[in-house]
Design a protein around this ligand. Structure first.
Ligand code: AP5
Length: 215
């Protein structure tokens, strides 16, 4: 099964992806995680991406489409993938449609996670992420705190705040979302595989809604 998760920053794409990875053996493809890894390793791509990410702007479409084209050909994607944070513009969606066609792939479900801005800002300013790039577990000091403050329950690495998690950058990311990514809802929502899920609910209820779509 192949799934696209659509939604504003903080809607819960990464959190729901972990549920899908654990319960459906799909692989998570997070363009944000891939880019942060490149930034951490100071690759040419990372150096190019950093200023866009830190200011809350999108990384150029051709760069992102190149990343996805390579990633989707890796063997583990044959078990099904979750696109977390891609596509994010109409140009990316059109490029992805062609890529899917070329590789004889279909998307089984496009799931939009919907939550109000005030909640998104609250969630993002209180998020903590595992610094271990192989783990990247997501926590929240208000809603899903780790057992020990500042330490990942799964791998004991340090928990960090992302560099794009200041309130100012979060507001800019939301603006970018409404300008560039929200038009994708009209692009996709006429298809029978499109589903909108209320994402301002307890996690168990959101997971159950997603499960009922995928069953
Ligand atoms: P990316 O990493 O994709 O960030 P994002 O889309 O802004 O989304 P987030 O990861 O911030 O939020 P999320 O929806 O995954 O929420 P989460 O599950 O963590 O992108 C970062 C940057 O990279 C972009 O700004 C851009 O520059 C670049 N980029 C990436 N992809 C790109 C692309 N395709 N094109 C161009 N540029 C690209 O949840 C948030 C918090 O809320 C967590 O603390 C979680 O514990 C908590 N939470 C979640 N759900 C619930 C719930 N139901 N109840 C209580 N708490 C909850």
């Amino acid at each position: 099964m192949n799934v696209i998760l659509l939604g504003a920053p903080g809607a819960g794409k990464g959190t729901i992806s972990k549920h899908l990875v654990d319960n459906y053996s799909m692989v998570q493809i997070s363009t944000g995680d891939i880019l942060r890894n490149e930034v951490k390793n100071k690759t040419d791509l990372g150096v190019k991406a950093k200023s866009f990410m830190d200011s809350g702007e999108l990384v150029p479409d051709d760069v992102i489409l190149g990343i996805i084209e390579n990633r989707i050909k890796e063997d583990d994607c044959s078990q099904g993938f979750i696109m977390d944070g891609f596509p994010r513009t109409i140009a990316q969606a059109e490029g992805f449609d062609q890529l899917l066609k070329r590789n004889d792939l279909v998307i089984d479900a496009i799931i939009e996670l919907d939550a109000p801005d005030e909640l998104l800002i609250k969630r993002l300013t209180s998020r903590r992420t595992c610094s271990n790039t192989k783990c990247q577990a997501i926590y929240n000091i208000l809603y899903q705190p780790p057992k020990k403050e500042g330490v990942c329950d799964k791998c004991s690495s340090e928990l960090i705040q992302r560099s794009d998690e200041t309130e100012e950058t979060i507001k800019h990311r939301l603006k970018t979302y409404y300008e560039k990514t929200q038009p994708l809802i009209d692009y996709y929502n006429s298809g029978s595989n499109y589903h909108k899920v209320k994402a301002d609910l307890p996690l168990a209820e959101i997971n159950a809604s997603v499960d009922s779509i995928l069953k």
